[in-house]
Design a binder for this molecule. Structure first.
Ligand SMILES: [Zn+2]
Length: 306
């Protein structure tokens, strides 16, 4: 199931993986030599937007113009793209971009299954997006791991408790601020990406605060975040460890060019990880690529129901 059947990773993926190898090599060298300045110069080299086609400008041990101890230097470009910035204007794409792309999304993690999912994504050389909660401190290291392996991190809420999260607008943003801090502690910044528990179309919130989703669906973007619903669901939320065949059948559909696929990452979703290779292979066989969400990605918004 790990065979790619002749499918080659995209040029982007190859570039991405090559960059990862260079960064890993840089970290190893620095671990041996203990030079923080060298790390910066090597990583800045690896992260340059115009990747050199040869090694002619590889920095040497004598490179002296290095800034001291940058925080998370390997991810500076992605941080600039994905960081929450209330003053930034983005031209969001609410329509398909015309190219066959699957955005795999995993809600509710991190969990005991996160690393399994990450390993499968790595086997295929693809990336996904994880909308995380603050519910399980034991697995928070997987947030950082997911990010460092090229995946996008978004915020799902701190508690995922509908009664708490949807008590009021203030309660929602208070909860969001908490999970923002959790994510910042792991990846160094607050991302702009949000997914509402139950999606923006949820009506459960009406039990606690009538009209709240109408308010939040306007105020969350107005504050500089973007929220992402989905257009295909894996069906893995129907119960604990839904049958693999059921998840595959729900996930593998025709008729969409851009697919925002809802999956879950929790201790009771081992079968989602088991289904993942078949889902990935189906879309590869049908000419799709996979991408983590960024500001240029397809944005799905549901019809708000409260
Ligand atoms: Zn959820």
């Amino acid at each position: 199931m790990e065979q790619l059947n002749g499918q080659r990773p995209s040029a982007h993926d190859q570039q991405h993986r090559a960059r990862g190898l260079i960064i890993a090599a840089a970290v190893l060298v620095v671990a041996l030599l203990g030079g923080a300045g060298l790390l910066w110069s090597l990583v800045a080299h690896a992260s340059g937007s115009a990747a050199p086609s040869d090694d002619s400008d590889t920095p040497t041990l004598l490179d002296a113009d290095a800034p001291a101890e940058p925080e998370l230097p390997a991810n500076d470009e992605r941080a600039a793209e994905l960081a929450y910035d209330p003053d930034r204007q983005t031209d969001w794409s609410y329509q398909s971009n015309g190219q066959k792309v699957v955005y795999l999304t995993f809600d509710d993690g991190p969990s005991e299954n996160t690393e399994k999912v990450l390993d499968i994504l790595d086997q295929y050389g693809i990336n996904a997006t994880f909308f995380v909660t603050g519910n399980d401190p034991d697995y928070r290291g997987s947030i950082r791991d997911a990010y460092e392996r090229g995946n996008t991190i978004g915020m799902h809420t701190m508690t995922h408790d509908y009664k708490t999260v949807y008590a009021s607008e203030d309660a929602y943003f208070s909860d969001l601020d908490q999970v923002a801090q959790v994510v910042k502690d792991e990846i160094g910044y607050v991302p702009y990406l949000v997914r509402f528990p139950g999606g923006s179309s949820n009506t459960v919130s009406a039990n606690y605060s009538p009209g709240l989703m109408t308010t939040l669906s306007e105020d969350v973007p107005a504050r500089g975040y973007q929220y992402y619903d989905w257009n295909v669901s894996s069906g893995d939320a129907a119960g604990n460890n839904v049958a693999v065949d059921t998840i595959v059948n729900s996930s593998c559909v025709e008729g969409y060019t851009n697919i925002m696929l809802l999956c879950h990452d929790s201790n009771t979703k081992a079968t989602t990880a088991e289904a993942l290779p078949r889902i990935i292979q189906y879309y590869l066989d049908n000419g799709y690529t996979f991408a983590p969400i960024d500001r240029s990605s397809f944005v799905v918004h549901h019809k708000v129901g409260n």
